[in-house]
Design a protein around this ligand. Sequence first.
Ligand SMILES: Nc1ncnc2c1ncn2[C@@H]1O[C@H](COP(=O)(O)OP(=O)(O)OP(=O)(O)O)[C@@H](O)[C@H]1O
Ligand SMILES: [Mg+2]
Length: 428
Amino acid sequence: MGCMLKELQTLKPLVSKHWWRYLLGLLFLITVDYAQTEIPQYIKRIIDNLLSGIDETTLRNTLLLMMLTAAGIALGRFMWRYFIHGASRRIERDLRARLFKHFMALPMKAFQDNPTGELMARATNDMQAIRMLTGMAIVAFIDGFFMSAIVLIRMFSENPSVALKVIIPLPIVTVIILFFGSKIGKRFKKIQEIYGSMSTIVQEVLQGIRVVKAFVKEDFFKNKFEKQNDEYRKANMSLVMLFGFFFPLINFIAGITMLILFMTGGHAILENTMSAGTLTAMIAYLEMLLWPMIGAGFTVNMIQRGRASLKRINEILFTPPEEKTRNNVLPKKVPQDGDFCFKNLTFTYPQAEKPVLQQISFTISHGTTFGILGRIGCGKTTLLKIITRIIEPEQGQVFYGGVDITEINIDELRKLFGYVPQESFLFS
Ligand SMILES: Nc1ncnc2c1ncn2[C@@H]1O[C@H](COP(=O)(O)OP(=O)(O)OP(=O)(O)O)[C@@H](O)[C@H]1O
Ligand SMILES: [Mg+2]
């Protein structure tokens, strides 16, 4: 729970900004819940009055009231959707904007550690799960809670002994939902992961399509993709299978509660302790109880999904941005014209055994043209990446105009350069 709260910290400022949307939305939602439980009361009145003889005007007035209530419910449903979905869409937009801004600030290393497809999945699929968490999950939770409370109160005030017997199977539903809920969360997480690696393949192949074609590797990647695509199907099927058990099971238990209602209610009617109208109302109430039960399952599911996605988004958001200057030293002014001076520059790629550049010392004087020659893979590109600090050098190894480049603001430093990279890249 503590760790879940930590994850939710990211959402807190985004959600609290829309508190009034949530408040209005939930007010409409609860009002609609209450109004819905009024409808069976009208039905009950009509049936009981029909059986005992009813005059035309009472019937017409009751039906008119019923229609007005129904129209109010329709309007109220529009309103809660407008406010709550409005909030969750805005939260999704703001979180995505924050994520994208963070993408821009991340150091190169983060893009080497995370495949592009993984990053893309976080800006798309995972955002969708966040929208569900901040929208439908809240609706299902509040709706489920109030709806079942109001309906139970109604049922018990209609006929306590029948109501008590009818709700006996309900705790089983809670157990089933808890059981399926955790499984659903795990399987959904797997789906998200496979989706991420699948998008990575698509993205990499499309970006490198010239290389793929040049090496006649179409079939290789076709097979690789087909395998991943099928993994995705399997992961989704395992979720579908779970839902396939879940919903029929819930419906079956709902059927049992209905059976109990007819048995006990029918009995009560025969003994004249309950009216036919009351039984009709009870049937309607029991059907209303079914949705909150399923809604609870959905809520568990949506919360699990949202949590998994938020965790993945947080992984990125909590990756520290590129440091503009090292060790928080006050950035030095960029010298106007200076020499580039290398003093015992040594650099080893992480996980590499030997350094690429070792003890290199030389000076490039201002106003001169300088060429660097060397074997393939001897470190020419690495050297250029170091002077632009795409790769961070150690302190005290590279100087511009006498200033250690790690002490210059990274943006200011990079403005000094015109750089034509070895790998060509154009926006499509
Ligand atoms: N991100 C990296 N991680 C680990 N090793 C790397 C990385 N980038 C390059 N290397 C290795 O460092 C060495 C130097 O690479 P670099 O790209 O700087 O060479 P280069 O001199 O520019 O070669 P070329 O003439 O082919 O352009 C190579 O052995 C290469 O395999
Ligand atoms: Mg190179």
